[in-house]
Design a protein around this ligand. Structure first.
Ligand code: ADP
Ligand code: MG
Length: 384
């Protein structure tokens, strides 16, 4: 389906961004590229749809060298989803979904039918079709981004950190939804992430890159059992805290990076709508410099709605937080004992860096005690 033959990309005179990439991806396969920032993931994706020219080597899609195809036609025949959602703000959801259809000169009837059909796949009501992107939550917008990539029914879809900007809960549900969808629709997916959990959860095969080269390409199971070298081990350990590593793991390494926040000075009305849009029942309050100031939850709002206008007036400001550089082994029991669903993580200047959820900790403690390879869904769900 997709074949890389000694693919090399050099931007300037220096070290290649991608070097001698050799890989064969089968039809229907879900492949995740993962690696540190700058290792060449995005470059690899953009070479496939010819947003970037290859320096050396060749890429074949369905056995045909992409260089011999018209670049625009090629691009339209491959789905592409990126992190910065990229919906057109002045177009309705329907127009956004069938953008490629417009380029391909579909009739209005074809476009309407396709938009409705796609929206059904993600269980969103039809009246969303006439809304505008800003009326949707981040998670909903990213669903539309995925539908847009599916619109022309491309067999191959490239996704570059598509869920990277979403809060962890939304990300989780989108991952699951998407994995199901991929199986149903039998698409070939090349998916870039820097989140090992995401890669291990979604992929049939994980391709680990470093400095433009493939370090290991294997099934998630094989990677976890037999990491090719120390780099892979560290990469696994960093995000997953597999057995034997809790001693050196910091809070920052396991936290989720995109908590839902509001700024001081926000009205209660607007805080409520943020909660509703993001499907959360509490918000962290930060100032303009992202310094953590407090916390409000739906209960506090409910009790004080008539007495106060702004979040500042009712937020709890003696909020318990942990430093991102603290070692997990020193903090984990403190966090668990509090009984809160999550604990905010701050940097040395008290700026909000992320959150650690009870569910994550439950998983870690479990892994540490029992080793990995067993399911913890029950406990994680109970801890949520
Ligand atoms: P990743 O997506 O894995 O973070 P990229 O593919 O974006 O990595 O980048 C790989 C390397 O190529 C990096 O060293 C980056 O600085 C370099 N690079 C990316 N795009 C360009 C460009 N347009 N010009 C020059 N260098 C680039
Ligand atoms: Mg990138």
């Amino acid at each position: 389906m997709l074949e890389f033959n000694h693919v090399t990309k050099r931007y300037g005179d220096g070290k290649p961004a991608v070097s001698h990439l050799n890989l064969k991806i089968e039809k229907g396969e879900f492949v995740c590229f993962i690696g540190p920032s700058g290792c060449g993931k995005t470059t690899t994706m953009k070479m496939v749809n010819r947003l970037i020219d290859i320096t050396d080597g060749s890429i074949l899609v369905d056995g045909k060298d992409i260089k011999e195809q018209n670049a625009v036609e090629l691009r339209r025949s491959i789905g592409y989803v990126i992190q910065q959602i990229g919906l057109m703000p002045h177009m309705t959801i329907k127009e956004n979904i069938v953008l490629v259809g417009t380029l391909l000169k579909w009739t209005k009837e074809q476009k309407d039918a396709r938009a409705r059909e796609l929206l059904k796949l993600v269980d969103m009501p039809e009246d969303y079709l006439d809304r505008y992107p800003h009326e949707l939550s981040g998670g909903q917008q990213q669903r539309i981004g995925v539908l847009r990539a599916l619109a022309a029914n491309p067999p191959l879809i490239l996704m570059d950190e598509p869920f990277g900007a979403l809060d962890p809960i939304t990300r989780d549900s989108l991952q699951e939804e998407f994995k199901k969808l991929q199986k149903e629709l039998d698409k070939t997916i090349v998916f870039v992430t820097h989140d090992m959990d995401e890669a291990l959860k979604l992929a049939d095969r994980v391709v680990i890159m470093r400095d433009g080269e493939v370090v290991q390409a294997d099934t998630p199971d094989e990677i976890v059992r037999n990491p090719a070298n120390e780099f892979v081990e560290e990469f696994l350990g960093k995000d997953r805290l597999i057995q034997g590593r809790p001693d050196v793991t910091t809070v920052g390494q396991i936290m989720a990076s995109y908590p839902v926040t509001v700024q001081t000075g926000t009205t209660l009305r607007s805080a409520i709508s943020t909660m509703r849009d993001r499907h959360v029942d509490s918000l962290l309050v930060v100032d303009a410099d992202n310094v953590l100031k407090g916390f409000i939850d739906i209960e506090a709002i409910n009790l004080n709605y008539k007495k106060a206008d702004y979040v500042d007036a009712i937020m709890a400001n003696n909020i318990f937080s942990v430093y991102q550089d603290s070692l997990l082994r020193d903090t984990v029991h403190k966090i668990l004992r509090r009984g809160a669903t999550y604990v905010p993580v701050v940097d040395e200047r008290d700026k909000l860096a992320g959150i650690v959820t009870r569910a994550t900790l439950a998983n870690l403690v479990y892994d540490t005690i029992w080793g990995d390879g067993m399911e913890l869904d029950g406990i994680a769900a109970a801890a949520e």
